[in-house]
Design a protein around this ligand. Structure first.
Ligand code: SAM
Length: 283
């Protein structure tokens, strides 16, 4: 019987299949037995809810999700892990492993095919090399999901969950806060993984909003403004926006004035409403 909370069992299965960790694929597997049950518990899955997992690895989180969820679809890029997963997850009949790149797979189609009539959440210990692109892809594509619970590096968690208008905020915080309500759930020490990474991690949950917190007519324009403002975050807005949006500085200054924003303000001081006001005042 598989015991995925037992590190020697997991190591034994990986060894049996001659598996070696790939740094390029961000393979740091969880071996702290308390983390996965907690993550599954807080992810919002239940016997009525379907779960998409990105990067099941040896299946430790998948196993906990399958105990709670109606069904789990786990997307794993590394085909060397398929026989491992077949062995470790053999006791469950509500798991489907898909061998694909989560950055390329059509997730709208997957949800329609696999979870019709059910609420869906995403839960993953993300490979660190695609943390931001995966989160942004899921949010921008407006997938019909309720929440996204992911383990990321602690520093990334702080930035992703930062409120716009605070020192830690960045372009990703503005985007995340536009589509969701982020929350840092708990920290996970580097010693909880094999091999141990150089930094600690944290689990965050993004609860998807039904309506964005600010009303915007042109989302593309809004995100161009946000990106331009943070592209040179130490500069004042007239400088960062004029170079980022290729507009004369005098024009940016008058846009800021009409939006009621002071000329020496920086991106990190801007609230979502400020960014919306600048977007609206742009020609
Ligand atoms: N869930 C496991 C755990 O917590 O122990 C493994 C997490 S490990 C940080 C990341 C996993 O994502 C690895 O299994 C890796 O092979 C997989 N992966 C990497 N890039 C991927 C991609 N583009 N699409 C799907 N899976 C990917």
């Amino acid at each position: 019987m598989s015991n995925l909370t037992d590190i020697s069992y997991v190591k034994g299965v990986l060894n049996k299949h001659g598996f070696t960790f790939s740094k390029a694929l961000g393979q740091n597997f969880l071996v702290n037995p308390s983390v996965c049950p907690k993550m599954a518990e807080l992810s919002g899955c239940s016997d009525k809810v379907g779960v998409i997992e990105i990067g099941p690895g040896a299946g430790v989180l998948t196993n906990e999700l399958a105990k709670k969820a109606y069904k789990v679809v786990a997307i794993e890029l590394d085909n060397r892990l398929l026989p491992v997963l077949q062995e470790t997850l053999s006791e469950h009949d509500n798991i489907k492993v898909v061998n694909a790149d989560a950055m390329k797979l059509d997730l709208h189609a997957l949800i329609a095919e696999e979870f019709e009539g059910h609420d869906v959440v995403i839960c993953a210990n993300l490979p660190y090399y695609i943390t931001s692109p995966v989160i942004m892809r899921i949010l921008e594509e407006k997938l019909p999901i309720k929440a996204l619970t992911v383990m990321v590096q602690k520093e990334a968690a702080d930035r992703i969950c930062a409120l716009p208008g605070t020192r830690e905020s960045g372009a990703i915080s503005a985007a995340v806060n536009y589509y969701s309500k982020p929350e840092l759930l708990f920290k996970v020490s580097r010693g909880s993984f094999i091999p141990a990474p150089k930094v600690d991690s944290a689990v965050i949950r993004l609860d998807i909003l039904e309506e964005p917190p600010v009303k915007i007519d042109d989302e593309k324009k809004f995100f161009r403004v946000v990106k331009a403002a943070f592209s040179q975050r130490r500069k004042t807005l007239p400088n960062s926006l004029s170079s980022g949006l290729s507009l004369p500085k005098a024009q940016v200054s008058s846009i800021l004035e009409s939006a009621g924003i002071k000329q020496n303000a920086r991106a990190e001081e801007m609230s979502m409403q400020d960014f919306a006001d600048i977007t609206r005042a742009l020609p």
